[in-house]
Design a protein around this ligand. Structure first.
Ligand code: ADP
Ligand code: TRP
Length: 332
């Protein structure tokens, strides 16, 4: 039986962190056995925020190395770099004719970016969701493993798929967000405000490249208070966040112990953070070390990128041939 198709991308805009790992990469790794997977580094998307392009090569290779270190096997999945598949740009062009300025302006991520970079509201930023839809539809994917923050982009992708099918003829399935848990995950930041992120609040985010001392320092600085004074108090959200993080990397019995301590108003947050720090170190160290060694092996990475491009383009060419036929762009 043909396997179902999965697509997902990560922008090479900084070091990967626990949010990327638990929100996205962990699902990629679990999906690689059962699905026909296309995972890519979204280098074109990263240009919308005008990064220092001298860093681009290193960032792209670093993200690839971290994904492989986290368990992705380039022999099992198609692992590629977005800009090596020009067919995506052609589909993006087609989809732009079906995208309306008003709906793109309403996208929450666009509004966020307008606030963050008011001097650089480029059209690439506005059409970011169109390019993302092209990334997904180019392989006619059914599932997209992403974190909660990407749900709206998927909704837009489904709209474009529908519009294309309606206007030109049935071609695209309507892709859905995918997560092995029941709900999409948001990994909170250590300062109790918002989520871990590549670019914001660096000291409240744990990166897969952080060394052990830095991990310990960050965790020990996480926001707490003097603790509950009565049993079964309501848990403040920054403490809930710490429990949520512990749940990701610690033994169930450890989490349980601190939960009981909290409920008995006997918790010592210093001890809890020490434990969390050690469990984070144990979790991150092997991934960091493996990523460093893969990153140094440029010959291997070159092979991964070439092999990925070849496989991704094969699937992309097929979709483009069909879109040209349906749109009426094949003249002889
Ligand atoms: P960032 O938001 O740090 O710039 P990206 O936007 O490139 O990261 O996200 C790459 C993937 O990681 C996406 O699927 C996104 O949903 C997921 N992700 C990012 N941050 C988190 C988080 N804190 N919790 C859960 N998933 C996240
Ligand atoms: N927009 C995604 C993010 O910021 C990255 C991305 C680009 C993506 N194209 C995609 C994710 C296609 C899934 C599928 O995280």
């Amino acid at each position: 039986m043909k396997k179902e198709i999965v697509v997902s991308g990560i922008r090479p805009t900084g070091n990967l962190h626990l949010g990327n790992y638990f929100g996205a990469m962990r699902n990629y790794v679990r999906m690689q056995e059962e699905y026909d997977c296309y995972f890519f580094v979204a280098d074109w998307h990263s240009l919308t925020t005008h990064p220092d392009t001298k860093e681009l090569r290193n960032s792209v290779l670093h993200v690839l190395a971290e994904n492989i270190a986290a368990g992705l096997d380039p022999g099992k999945v198609c692992l590629y770099v977005q800009s090596t598949v020009p067919e995506i740009a052609e589909l993006y062009l087609n989809l732009n004719m079906l995208a309306y300025k008003g709906e793109l302006e309403k996208t929450p991520t666009f509004k966020d970016k307008v606030r963050l970079q008011p001097d650089n509201v480029n059209t690439g930023l506005l059409t970011y969701p169109v390019l993302m839809a092209a990334d997904i539809l180019i392989h006619r994917a059914k599932y997209v493993p992403v974190g909660k923050d990407q749900e709206q982009h998927l909704e837009i992708t489904r709209n474009f798929a529908q519009r294309f099918n309606h206007r030109y003829g049935e071609l695209f399935p309507e892709p859905k967000a995918f997560n092995f848990g029941e709900s999409l995950l948001k990994v909170p930041s250590l300062d109790g405000a918002g989520k871990m992120s590549k670019s914001e609040n660096q000291f409240a985010t744990l990166y897969l490249a952080d060394d052990n001392d830095l991990i310990r320092k960050k965790v020990m600085k996480a926001k707490t208070d003097s603790g509950p004074t009565t049993p079964h108090s309501e848990m403040p959200d920054y403490i809930q966040n710490l429990f949520q993080l512990m749940q990701l990397v610690s033994e169930e019995s450890t989490v349980q112990k601190f939960r009981e301590d909290f409920n008995n108003a006997a918790i010592r947050y210093g001890d809890m953070k020490k434990q969390l720090a050690e469990d984070m170190v144990a979790f991150i160290t092997p991934i960091r070390e493996k990523a460093e060694s893969i990153r140094r092996d440029e010959a291997y990475l070159k092979k991964v990128v070439e092999q990925g491009a070849e496989k991704a383009r094969e699937s992309a060419r097929e979709t483009i041939a069909q879109t040209r036929k349906l749109v009426g762009l094949n003249y002889f």
